[in-house]
Design a protein around this ligand. Structure first.
Ligand code: GLN
Length: 485
């Protein structure tokens, strides 16, 4: 029996009633992590691990009692580094803790480690980490997706049953798709971003990854809720999310937006997506073809808005207040210049340049203003569709399965296009998730569900039905001598 696979709610119940020892699952997580790292192709899913995680103590009565959880390294966590995958924050120790992390601890979760990520969450492959790329547990030469690639790989590898990520343009859903796990980005405002290192503040959301739909729902339930420390957090009741998994899709209207099934879509992805739609119909859902005509403006708008906000958010890394400081600088100007030059990687610098340019006087209206208009048009497409009686939209999560390590690092545009189906939900602020829908030559493929604002419950209903119909994609083979069995 796999101690760290699935059934988080049941395992926590066993810890609460004393039939499962508090530290046992954390000990297994550490063992499984060691097994992967000692194997022929180390995953490098973690930037930091607490070697004594099995001795962490927390409340025994919580919904995640004794459950080992991995946290993306852009969430401020006491007792761990918070590097954001960047040299500039390599030595940084946060004096406070993110609300998401505090909620985890309050629920009894054990934080086993901080996961690898693209630097400042900019990327789609986890190759932009200053601490080396993470591998896909299904195939050592493939990327796990990004930017929450470490969290997705840690779940897929059976190290932890659930993990926390962040999603600005797809960074929870796309790696979930590539790694064959479930990933959900909630409605903007549902989960506090206090202590999440800012990338693009109007798009960033903390999200949940899990082996199964129910596990992801259990985690999201713990993370959700109002936080007075985050001005964008909304004071709204959280519907029962785990209960929503039991509802069934009979009568649910599933919209199929034609813009998400373009002629160039990978044929295997198309076949698996169509098969998944058939399964939803078989379970009693009604399929309806719809159009979201402004979808094609989403990538261009996103790659103006996200870098613009990033260029402003990242101005705080100046070598003075916190983070890396260049010791050789003889003037203040040089101090800024050298600290930032040494501390940031190529993609982060590219985004700062793009964003600063887009916001500069004379270009602001032509770029940023236009991008905001496109964003509003994308959001109206969703409003109209959900207003017309569509409960949930189904699309592929990404246009292809996991690509090869190194394949897109020198072609940023190709890299950006792997988010073509996911950025729309961030621009509109609606909740969206990825569920495994099958394997393409041994590589997982995910299907995306999107719903109206605050309807995470509908998403989970549809996702649980899909999972019940299609089954999970299983787990990748663990290197020999594995500790997860
Ligand atoms: N891949 C997208 C980007 O590079 C999205 C990243 C994210 O969601 N954090 O910006």
């Amino acid at each position: 029996m796999k101690v760290n696979a699935g059934g988080v709610a049941e395992r926590a119940a066993e810890v609460r009633d004393g039939s499962l020892a508090w530290g046992s699952m954390a000990a297994q997580a550490l063992e499984a992590h060691g097994t992967w790292e000692r194997g022929a192709a180390p995953l490098n899913a973690f930037i930091a691990v607490d070697a004594n995680a099995d001795r962490q103590r927390g409340p025994r009565d919580g919904p995640l009692a004794g459950i080992p959880v991995a946290v993306k390294d852009n969430l401020a966590t006491a007792g761990f580094p918070t590097t954001c995958g960047s040299r500039i924050l390599e030595e940084f120790r946060s004096p406070y803790e993110a609300t998401a992390v505090r909620r985890l601890r309050g629920a009894g979760a054990v934080i086993v480690g901080k996961t690898n990520m693209d630097e400042f969450a900019m990327g789609s492959s986890t190759e932009n980490s200053a601490f080396g790329p993470t591998r896909n547990p299904w195939h050592a030469e493939r990327v796990p997706g990004g930017s929450s690639g470490g969290s997705a790989a840690a779940v897929a590898a059976g190290i932890v049953p659930v993990a926390v990520g962040s999603d600005t343009g797809g960074s929870v859903r796309q790696p979930a798709s590539f790694c064959g796990v479930v990933g959900i980005k909630p409605t903007y405002g549902r989960v506090s971003r206090y202590g999440l290192v800012a990338f693009a503040s109007s798009l960033d959301q903390v999200g949940a990854l899990g082996r199964t739909v129910r596990d992801a729902a259990t985690l999201l339930e713990v993370l959700s809720g109002h936080d007075p420390r985050d001005a964008t957090s909304v004071n709204r009741r959280v519907p029962p999310l785990t209960a929503a998994c039991e509802r069934g899709v009979r009568g649910l209207v599933v919209g199929v937006p034609r813009e998400y099934f373009p002629a160039g879509l990978d044929p295997v992805v198309r076949r698996l997506a169509e098969h998944a739609l058939g399964a939803l119909e078989g379970a009693g859902a009604e399929l309806r073809e719809v159009s979201l005509p402004h979808t094609r403006y989403a990538i261009p708008a996103y790659y103006i808005i996200a870098p613009a906000e990033a260029s402003s958010n990242l101005a705080r890394y100046d070598g003075v207040r916190f983070g890396r400081r260049c010791r050789e600088a003889d003037t203040t100007e040089r101090l800024y210049e050298l600290s930032r030059s040494e501390g940031f990687g190529t993609e982060v610098k590219r985004r700062i340049l793009l964003g600063t340019y887009a916001l500069s006087a004379g270009y602001y209206d032509a770029y940023y203003g236009r991008a905001q208009e496109a964003r509003a048009a994308v959001a109206r497409d969703f409003e109209r569709t959900f207003g017309d009686g569509v409960d949930v939209l189904f699309t592929p999560t990404a246009p292809t399965p996991a690509f090869k390590l190194g394949e897109r690092v020198h072609d940023p545009y190709q890299m950006y296009l792997s988010d073509v189906f996911t950025v729309t939900a961030n621009l509109a602020g609606v909740p969206a998730m990825s569920v495994p829908i099958g394997l393409a030559e041994g590589l997982p493929v995910g299907g995306q569900l999107m719903a109206a604002h605050w309807r995470e419950d509908t998403l989970l209903t549809a996702a649980a039905a899909l999972e019940a119909e299609l089954g999970t994609v299983g787990s990748p083979p663990v290197p020999s001598g594995a500790g997860a069995e």
